[in-house]
Design a protein around this ligand. Structure first.
Ligand SMILES: Cc1ncc(COP(=O)(O)O)c(C=O)c1O
Length: 393
């Protein structure tokens, strides 16, 4: 039987970010000891107190169908958190609870785009973006941000892409950014908003790393003038609370959009398990201090990396301000990101992601996930520097 072109054409066309990851996992399965600095997964598990809240909820009988939009109290908790962090009036009616940020990416593009519409996104980008856009039968169009601009998108770049795709419906941005760690400046956010207003675009703002910021300030573009009515914000408990496996996140947007998105949820995933929602509410109510505890290892490890990278000039750190990643410009070694990452895996048994996995914009770079404990991270960074020195001119 023939499958739809939507599903057979979902992936492909872009470099496959997972090649190196799969290779490293195979080496591990074959018994080799590999230091994995690849995926965005904390080296801690979900906090026992959150698990206890989850268990208590399930044991109390909260195992049936849940309210599809999310429980009223969780939606209120998320709305209050968003309002407190951004200053923009937000109520439960502005919130839809989703099975993670990924499903929110799919839902928001469904809301913004009809089949055949163009959806813009900025690269370097989280690997699923183009596939998600194709999943709603829209056409992904990439905007390559540039290393010389510290990977901050420029008004002229967005404007040119939108002008070249008349009728484009949406722009997807991600700050703090995966893979670069860059936190978009106020100037960048203003440029993004101006381009959306000029070209009448929905702005889909992926803010799943919003608690992981140590330099600069995270600005949610929903707060900018005239943007609340055209912005759909994606949030997630995955990174902020080390709850990747629980699959819980949210969309915040205008009530009219949220009510339609609820209908989409009813007809697709039918909501998030009630005991997961209760655990998320418990976790959010632990407050900002708890979130800082979860985020704390990443600036600490970034500092370790900075210390080890000082005094060499084959690898430059992309000036990042957040997320759990470190991006290094390795062009001075003369290698591509792919060649560097594969040779590093072979010779030093360290797995990092080639920049090319995240779009051409990050060619000649590698992404290091700072997701092993400090001593192992430090040892790996020393090895990476040692490896790069082999390519000194
Ligand atoms: C930028 C970005 N957006 C969205 C997601 C999806 O996260 P989740 O579906 O776990 O909430 C990820 C996961 O790594 C990500 O890096």
């Amino acid at each position: 039987m023939k499958l739809s072109s939507r599903i057979t054409g979902l992936t492909g066309g872009e470099p496959d970010g997972w090649d190196l990851f799969i290779r490293a996992r195979k080496m591990i399965a074959d018994g080799q000891k590999i230091t994995e600095l690849t995926i965005g997964e904390h080296d801690i598990r979900t906090h026992p107190d959150i698990l206890e809240a989850m268990h208590a909820s399930a044991a109390a009988g909260n195992t049936g169908y849940s309210l599809v939009p999310g429980s009223q109290s969780l939606r209120e908790t998320i709305a209050a958190r968003v309002q407190a962090r951004t200053g923009i009036a937000t109520t439960a009616d502005n919130v839809l609870v989703t099975p993670g940020g990924q499903s929110a990416l799919f839902a928001t593009h469904s809301a913004a785009c009809d089949p055949g519409d163009t959806a813009l996104y900025c690269a370097p980008n989280y690997a699923t973006y183009p596939g998600t856009i194709r999943g709603v039968s829209a056409i992904p169009k990439v905007i390559q941000t540039r290393p010389e601009n510290d990977f901050q998108p420029q008004f002229s770049e967005i404007d040119a892409a939108a002008t070249g795709a008349p009728g484009a419906k949406s722009l997807l941005v991600n700050s703090p950014n995966n893979p670069t760690g860059v936190v978009y400046s106020a100037e960048t956010m203003d440029a993004i908003a101006a381009a959306c207003l000029k070209h009448d675009l929905w702005l889909i703002s992926d803010e799943v790393y919003d608690t992981q910021v140590w330099q600069g300030t995270h600005i949610s573009p929903r707060t900018l003038p005239d943007m609340a009515e055209r912005t759909l914000v994606i949030g997630s408990m995955s990174k902020s609370h080390a709850m990747t496996g629980s699959r819980i996140g949210w969309i915040v947007g205008p009530e009219t959009a949220i009510s339609r998105l609820i209908a989409l949820a009813v007809n697709t995933n039918f909501g998030v398990a009630g005991f997961i929602q209760d655990a998320a509410e418990y976790a959010l109510n632990r407050g900002a201090e708890f979130e800082q505890l979860i985020a704390a290892p990443f600036p600490r490890r970034r500092e370790i990396a900075r210390r080890i990278l000082a005094g060499q000039n084959l690898m430059q750190t992309v000036p990042s301000g957040g997320s759990m990643y470190l991006m290094l410009d390795i062009r001075a070694t003369g290698l591509t990101g792919n060649a560097f990452a594969n040779a590093l895996l072979e010779t030093k048994k360290i797995a990092v992601m080639p920049g090319e996995s995240y779009g051409l914009a990050a060619a000649g770079h590698i992404r290091i996930a700072m997701t092993v404990e400090d001593t192992a991270f430090e040892a790996a960074m020393i090895q990476i520097v040692d490896f790069a020195k082999g390519f000194a001119a």
